[in-house]
Design a binder for this molecule. Structure first.
Ligand SMILES: [Ca+2]
Length: 480
């Protein structure tokens, strides 16, 4: 095993109401201490709120993702890729740490089962946020166009911004700089498919899917441009590219949101539509072209798998939820029988293992939000499953054969032999998980606007430093 230093160069731009602290390009440079010609580069393309059904490869009717589809046709499609949480921040924190939010602390236990969004805890080290616009939550919608630095303006009325172009150019420049200097790691995380969606002038109005489709088309073009940059730099055969999304499509955005294909509900929920996302792996000459893997993945596996490929030992003294699955990329028929645990906040809602998914709890949209027109499961009404209040099924879990019924519409009868044989297997997995679970200290119970980065490094040069408000920590009350 080779030793190498790891240098973190993270450029993070935060945004009010979006996926704050990890919404950015983050660059980790693996600086080799020994010859590393045999080590691959790794690029993770992490979309924001893009659904499984948004890819032409997965059946999106307008077929507007030719570059992503080509990535899949030349690489491996993972049919069951799960996020670690059904929304941005905890999902991304888990991808980068290989640990569930319940372990790494990216959750709250103020109220059970509440998703949490943001980075307001005074206990969390403020490493990554640079925030020059007033911080979330804002009491009133503000007329500002800027979510990042003023250079990155977004016209919310017209859905116009060149931000995806900037993300793409930055990625290409990074590849051009690093291709000849040893293995590199690039997390490419543009956000244009998160409401409010946007595209640059060249892509606005080009999609049959409206504003959201314009954003997808521009991201797809960015994928193509990055792949072309790899080829131009001569490192395409030595680079693993992963394409995925941080959670399912936000159906609450209605026509301006994405598609989860056949899956139930969307972002915020632990149904398939909330946490099962695109999973494409591309590595010419290594991964068999056009291959399909039925291996059940969680994005936390990316942490362990990238470390495996880089020859970097995993951190000691902590439980890692991800598995090193590099072999299953090269040998798509391999399938490790393993459970994936689906949490909503601090509550274990469901577990997927093999072809089965078992719900211990169900919760769709809270009743008080439905009354406001907010709906995470529009058009879906599965009795005893899409419950609008948290519903405990621990005594008689709801079981689906997710391979037969990916839409979670037909619960298996609790009187059936299939139920009697499968539920004990899944309950055993839950028992083992809970027996070993050491919960991290919840980092998101407290909110305090004063801890936001009102005056991040570099603000002096821009003349944009803001004065922090007085500290006023309060217990956060997450709505759902
Ligand atoms: Ca997201």
């Amino acid at each position: 095993m080779k030793n190498r230093s790891v240098v973190s160069v993270s450029v993070m731009y935060s945004v009010r109401g979006k996926c704050n602290w990890l919404l950015a390009i983050g660059l980790l440079l693996f600086t080799p201490a020994a010859a590393t010609d045999d080590l691959p580069n790794v690029i993770i393309m992490l979309m924001d709120d893009m659904g499984w059904g948004d890819l032409g490869w997965n059946g999106e009717p307008s077929r507007e993702t030719p570059n992503i589809d080509q990535l899949a046709s030349e690489g491996l499609t993972v049919t069951s890729m799960y996020t670690a949480a059904p929304l941005c921040s905890p999902s991304r924190a888990s991808l980068l740490t290989g640990r569930l939010p319940i372990r790494n602390g990216f959750y709250s236990n103020n109220t059970a089962g509440r998703n949490v969004y943001n980075f307001l805890s005074p206990h969390y080290p403020p490493l990554y946020i640079t925030e020059l616009s007033p911080p979330y939550p804002s009491p009133e919608p503000l007329p500002l166009h800027t979510r990042y630095y003023e250079d990155f303006s977004i016209n919310r009325v017209r859905g116009l911004s060149n931000m995806t172009q900037l993300f793409t150019q930055e990625a290409i420049g990074f590849i051009e700089r690093e291709a000849g200097r040893g293995p590199f790691f690039l997390l490419w995380a543009p956000d244009s498919t998160h409401a409010p969606t946007y595209a640059s002038d060249a892509f606005r109005g080009t999609s049959r899917r409206g504003r959201y489709g314009d954003a997808v088309r521009e991201l797809d073009a960015g994928v193509g441009a990055i792949i072309e940059a790899l080829r131009h730099a001569g490192v395409d055969n030595n680079t693993l590219v992963v394409f995925t999304s941080d959670n399912g499509a936000a159906l609450v955005s209605k026509q301006e949101g994405g598609s989860n294909g056949p899956f139930l509900c969307g972002k915020q929920t632990t149904y398939e539509g909330g946490m099962r996302v695109p999973g494409v792996f591309w590595w010419p000459g290594v991964i068999p072209a056009g291959s399909v893997s039925q291996q059940v993945w969680t994005q936390m596996d990316l942490f362990s798998t990238v470390a495996q490929l880089a020859g970097v030992p995993l951190p000691q003294g902590r439980q890692i939820d991800g598995l090193p699955l590099a072999n299953s990329l090269i040998h798509p028929h391999l399938e490790i029988f393993r459970p994936v645990f689906l949490y909503r906040g601090n509550r274990l809602m469901a577990v997927r293992q093999g072809s089965y998914k078992m719900h211990l709890w169900t919760w769709s949209t809270p009743t008080y939000e439905l009354a406001k027109g907010i709906d995470y499961c529009p058009g879906a009404d599965v009795h005893n499953v899409t419950t609008s209040t948290p519903t405990d099924h621990s005594d008689r879990p709801v079981l689906f054969n997710i391979a037969v019924d990916p839409g979670e519409r037909y619960p298996i009868s609790s009187h059936s032999a299939e139920y009697s044989s499968q539920v004990p297997v899944l309950l055993q997995a839950v028992f083992d998980h809970r027996a070993k679970l050491k919960r991290g200290e919840p980092q998101l119970n407290w909110c305090d606007r004063a801890v936001m980065h009102w005056a991040p490094p570099g603000c002096e040069a821009l003349g944009k430093c803001l004065k922090p408000p007085a500290s006023n920590p309060t217990l956060c009350n997450w709505p759902h």
